[in-house]
Every structure is written in C-alpha cells, then in structure tokens.
Design a binder for this molecule. Sequence first.
Ligand code: GUN
Length: 283
Amino acid sequence: MAAIIMDGKALAAKWKDNIRTQVAALSQRPGLAVILVGNDPASRVYVTNKEKDCAQCGIYSEEFALPAEIGQQALLELIEELNRRPEIDGILCQLPLPKGYDYDEEQVLQAIDPRKDVDAFHPYNVGRIMIGDYTFLPCTPAGVMALLDEYGIDPAGKRCVVVGRSNIVGKPQAMLLLHRHGTVTICHSRTPDLGSVTREADILVSAVGKRNLITADMVKKGAAVIDVAMNRDENGKLCGDVDFAPVAEKAAYITPVPGGCGPMTRVMLLQNTLAAARAHGKA
Ligand code: GUN
C-alpha cells in the first residue's frame, strides 16, 4: 500500500487565506524587514519568495539587499535602526552570511530585538521554545507540526525520531514533538547504526541535507516520514533526504520535496509576523 502524500502546498494555501483575513482585519499593516547580504542565488530565491508571500497576505515588506563587503558593523547598525522603526514588526536576516568576511552570525541574530525576531533564532526566543512558552514559532518545526495535525497524526505516546541536530530545525523540532508528548530521540552524524534507531520511529523527521540518507530499510512499516531537507540531485532537481518512491511504499504518510515542508515553513514566518504586529499593539 502506498503512503498518503502530505500536501504542504495545499495546507499552506489554506493557512495563507486565514492569515490574509486576519491581516485585513487589522487597522495597521504588519511590516517585515528582510535583510539579504551578498548574492547567493539560493538565498535570493528564498528572500523573493518570502516577499511574495507577504504581498499575498497584505503584509508590508521592505528588502535590504546589501553587498557582501558591507561588513558586520554596518549590518548591526541597520538592525539597530530596524529595531527602532515602529512600522517594522519583524526582522529577518537571511542566512548564511557570506563566507570570507568578518561576519559573526551569532552576534547578528542577538542584535535583533527579540520582540521582532520572527525567525525565532534569538537565544531568548530559543529559550522560550525550550520551556514551551513562546510567541514566535520555530518556522520549519512548526510547519511540520501543522502537517501532522492536518493529517490527524498525534505525536502523543509515539516514538519520534529526528535526524539532524541543527539549531534551526533538529533541536526545536525535538522540543515541539516533546511538548506534544512524543518520546523523542535525536540522531546525528555520530549516531552509529542510524537505521536501528529510525526503524523504531512512528514519526520520522529527517533534516540533514543528504540525498537518499533515509532508505526503505530504515523505515518502520506504517510510519509517518517527514522530509525537511532541500537538496539537489545530479540533474539539479530538488530532492530531500528520503529515498522517496521505495519509502512511500512502506510508510503510511510521507511529505514530498518540493511541496511538503517548504511551503509550511514560509507560512510560519507570516504567522510570526502577524503575531509580532499584534504584540506591538496593532489591532
Ligand atoms: N536560511 C535557511 N533557512 C533560513 C531561515 O529559516 N531563516 C533565515 N533567516 N535564513 C535561513
């Protein structure tokens, strides 16, 4: 039996309709500042997509495209200015920052006012996610939870395995599953015999960035397999970590790449910008 394909694109469209309605009911528009340093083509695409999403939902967005050589100090000064501007509710600095310069990513993330940190990357917001009391959702993990909810997959009492331990996905993903009463294991590059752990998973989330990392023999029959990764195959086609066709034969639910987690990540940024605007008194 083939798995049910979890349609992130359709769910994202539904969420966006809802966000658009909520934004339209506000007397002041939420505003998002998007900072892009350098000219990485993938980052350029991500930033353009985020701005399109904002426009579709009635959120004001302002782009700051800076040359790679602008430097840490000027970047921090821009963030300070955006922290002070009342029409800007959210500030996002697209990562990674250009290599070969003096950028300190941690310092940049900490310079963003935690009340405007719509990526939820500031240590203050990370801490709040950890204790389960947070305004800003970690975008990719929250998108995964929304997909699970949409398909009636409840983590409570289930074995959940997260492959990948990044600050952006793996760690906050584990927390969200834990808050929903999953029994959570985090695996990573030093985990011996990865398959022996992933085979235990009722819910398997892979966020590594390695094509065909998750093969059918590593998946329990009837599992929900969530592929957060965004890789390219030898033909330049987008793919995830999961060896899709054979795994789809074994799993009960699976997310495609593209069209699974990606659209939901983008939606959560909009949700956070709306939450920021409300927290700033826009009603
Ligand atoms: N680079 C890759 N993913 C992200 C993200 O979610 N936010 C930012 N700011 N940069 C990223």
